[in-house]
Design a binder for this molecule. Structure first.
Ligand SMILES: C[S@@+](CC[C@H](N)C(=O)[O-])C[C@H]1O[C@@H](n2cnc3c(N)ncnc32)[C@H](O)[C@@H]1O
Length: 363
């Protein structure tokens, strides 16, 4: 049986290495193009996503005309746009981000929605976004749409990672919402995700998969990780290994720094620096090293064979870590596509043979 297809053509703005695109494609959405200004995204985006083309471009300079050819009349148009979230993340706490230039990217996305008038829109962002004034402004672009947004616990949808994200959906056809959690109780664990990968020492790489590479550790950090317990903290270490900043810290959020993951739980949120032992709870549950780039990609639900760098080319942890940490989990892309499929079926917008229905539904 051939792969299921939906009569939906998509352009993915801020496409990165293609996490969202890959998930949408897996569930039958025809992603025609991805746009991003980071040239490192081109190889993974194009290599892993069939005929989808990568346009290296600033979204602020994209016009409605640039997108026209990607939206054939025979399909519903979907504009996806995960504008970067730096100004809204918790790291921005305590500083006034109202003048941050990156707020403009959300406005550029809304302006494109206004000009293109796609049938469907999706966006993923940090959970704090609705608390900011810029979000009300963003919603003004959707007066002709039914909208849904909510904060999603990714591990309730089968992502082996405690990642909370805002998901936004909009449709001109009628009411739309995300499908209910598929893994409310059956969370996928660290063990189920990376338990069978070859063992490595800090600083080593797997001969067969160069992305299964662990960053090196200093002597001090090797001593620390040897004394770390899965799910524990620096409180498990001998006093002489604890840094001054830890000793002053009364607990709370820094406890997870220099921690090991637990086998039996989902991983913590992957970040752009998740290959570093000191950057969060990124220690392997039992090997004395931080997680590898491949393990990070698998926590983001990229398939094990997803290619990030051409064969034989040197792997830069900072670049690949950025692509992986910034990605929308592939599985979340699938969930968005499943939600769109359910929505189209509800409004009888798809024919039995999977084509766009001739008559548009009016609401
Ligand atoms: C959150 S990531 C998107 C991840 C992507 N959706 C995925 O699933 O892999 C945001 C992306 O926006 C890109 N970006 C930042 N500013 C941009 C701009 N002005 N124009 C185009 N892309 C931009 C970054 O390079 C980054 O890849």
């Amino acid at each position: 049986m051939g792969k299921k297809t939906l009569p939906v053509a998509c352009v993915d703005l801020f496409c990165g290495a293609g996490g969202l695109t890959h998930g949408l494609q897996k569930r039958g959405i025809d992603v025609k193009a991805g746009i991003d200004l980071d040239p490192a995204c081109r190889y993974p985006f194009e290599e892993n996503n069939g005929n989808a083309v990568f346009l290296e471009k600033d979204v602020e300079s994209v016009s409605a005309g640039d997108l026209e050819d990607f939206f054939p009349k025979s399909k519903y148009s979907l504009l996806a746009g995960c504008a970067p979230c730096q100004p809204f993340s918790t790291y921005a706490k305590g500083r006034d981000t109202s003048t941050d230039a990156k707020w403009g990217l959300l406005r550029s996305f809304a302006a494109l929605v206004n000009r293109v008038q796609p049938d469907l829109v999706t966006m993923e962002n940090v959970p704090q976004l609705p608390k900011h004034a810029v979000f009300s402004e963003f919603l003004e672009a959707f007066s002709d749409y039914k909208i849904w947004y909510g904060v999603v616990n990714c591990h309730e949808y089968g992502v082996p990672q405690k990642r909370r994200r805002l998901v936004f959906l909009a449709s001109k056809l009628g009411e739309i919402e995300l499908i209910p959690p598929t893994h409310k109780e059956r969370h996928v664990t660290v063990a189920q995700t990376i338990g069978l990968l070859p063992s490595l020492r800090a600083g080593e790489a797997d001969e067969k998969d160069p992305l299964h590479a662990a960053a090196g550790l200093s002597e001090l950090n090797l001593k620390r990780i040897r004394q770390s317990k899965p799910g524990g903290s620096w409180e498990d270490w001998d006093a002489d290994l604890v840094a001054a900043c830890h000793q002053k810290e009364s607990g709370g959020s820094f406890k997870s720094v220099y921690g090991r993951m637990s086998w039996e739980e989902p991983s913590p949120t992957m970040t752009t620096l998740c290959f570093g032992y000191g950057n969060g709870r990124f220690g392997h549950p039992e090997q004395d090293r931080a997680i590898t780039l491949r393990e990070a990609a698998m926590f983001q639900t990229f398939p094990k064979g997803y290619k990030f760098v051409p064969k034989g080319e040197q792997i830069h942890f900072a670049t690949v870590g950025r692509l992986i940490g910034n990605a929308v989990p592939v599985r979340l892309g699938e969930v968005i596509a499943q939600s769109i499929e359910r929505h189209l079926l509800k409004y009888k917008a798809v024919t039995r043979s999977g084509k766009r229905a001739k008559k548009r539904v009016d609401h």
